[in-house]
Design a protein around this ligand. Structure first.
Ligand code: FMN
Length: 307
């Protein structure tokens, strides 16, 4: 059976994955952290943690809180910075079979441009995923991805700064995600991934204060799956570029729902915290489903549930 998918059909180099199972940024480190637990080379792609120009320490503790069927995090993009990533991580990735995609985050358009420029031509880097859920400090802290204009501006700027395929990762914290998706696709995104976390909070009633050091955080895990699934369904109906579904995927059945809604690939995030083998278990479950249903090519399932 054929499990391979193409995530950048319009890009000269393309972004061909052996299968549609990817890891979600910020939940799988740099890939190396999981390599002793299972054969990570079997995955479709690894998306590494959010990377900024300079190293970041992240937000004050506590930064994680469990909620009903979910997880609230306010890590604040703790990472080693792009220069260390290129020096310390990329040489190893260059020897891997599984493609590694770098998730980038900035506070200004110029940050994104510089990041894309630094990563261009680095062996071991197969594509860029642009996290537009970051506050735009020149626009009073509104997320770049909150409106179609700023989302398109970041996309076009990154595209102009790199020859790598560019995935743009949408935020659900916006009035109309389909409009943002259309703007991003028109600005040149090779593929669109969605969703990032939903804003939320927890209060420590004993202390009478917000529990997270940062007050608010991003909600992920099974609690957000129906929201993510519907957003994928909406976005996939409006754009011609491949869509990558993410949000609460915990089982192979969840993954197949996203594919049937129109996703060409899926990302596993929070599920890896309770079961580090979740991406591989989900891949094996997808294979079993295709076999049981007599489906020879995974692409036959993409969008089949669409009305
Ligand atoms: C601890 C944690 C850190 C994350 N860091 C990033 C990040 O650096 N960049 C990014 O685009 N998304 C980040 N995310 C969002 C995930 O990649 C994913 O979009 C989201 O968690 C929804 O998927 P899930 O429900 O499967 O976890 C993070 C999520 C978690 C839980």
């Amino acid at each position: 059976m054929n499990l391979s998918v193409q995530l950048a059909p319009e890009h000269p180099a393309g972004l061909s994955l052996a299968n549609p199972v990817m890891t979600a940024s910020g939940t799988f480190g740099y890939g190396t952290e999981y390599s002793h637990l299972f054969d990570i080379q079997r995955l479709g792609a690894i998306v590494c943690k959010g990377t900024t120009l300079k190293p970041r320490e992240g937000n004050p503790q506590p930064r994680l809180a469990e909620t009903a069927s979910g997880l609230l995090n306010s890590i604040g993009l703790q990472n080693i910075g792009v220069k260390a990533l290129i020096k310390e991580k990329a040489p190893l990735w260059a020897s891997w079979r599984v493609p590694v995609i770098i998730n980038i985050a900035g506070e200004t358009i110029d940050d994104y441009i510089q990041l894309a420029g630094e990563l261009d031509g680095i062996a071991g880097v197969s594509a860029i995923e642009v996290n537009i859920s970051c506050p735009n400090i020149k626009a009073g802290g509104a997320e770049f991805g909150a409106n179609p204009e700023s989302a398109a501006e970041v996309t076009a700027s990154v595209k102009a700064a790199t020859s790598l395929p560019v995935l743009v990762k949408l935020t659900p914290n916006t009035a109309d995600i389909a409009k943002v998706a259309t703007a991003v696709a028109e600005a040149g995104a090779d593929a669109i991934s969605l969703i990032n976390t939903l804003k939320g909070m927890v209060i420590d009633t004993g202390k009478r204060r917000p529990l997270l050091g940062n007050i608010s955080g991003g909600l992920s895990g099974p609690a957000i799956k129906p929201v993510a699934l519907y957003m994928v369904y909406e976005v996939a109906g409006g754009v011609a570029v491949p869509v990558i579904g993410c949000g609460g995927i915990t089982t192979a059945s969840d993954a197949i729902e996203f594919i049937m809604a129109g996703a060409s690939a899926i990302q596993i995030g929070t599920a890896s915290f309770t079961n580090p083998r979740a991406p591989l278990d989900i891949l094996e479950g997808i294979e079993q489903f295709l076999e049981k249903e007599g489906v020879k090519d995974i692409t036959e399932l993409i969008g089949v549930a669409r009305c």
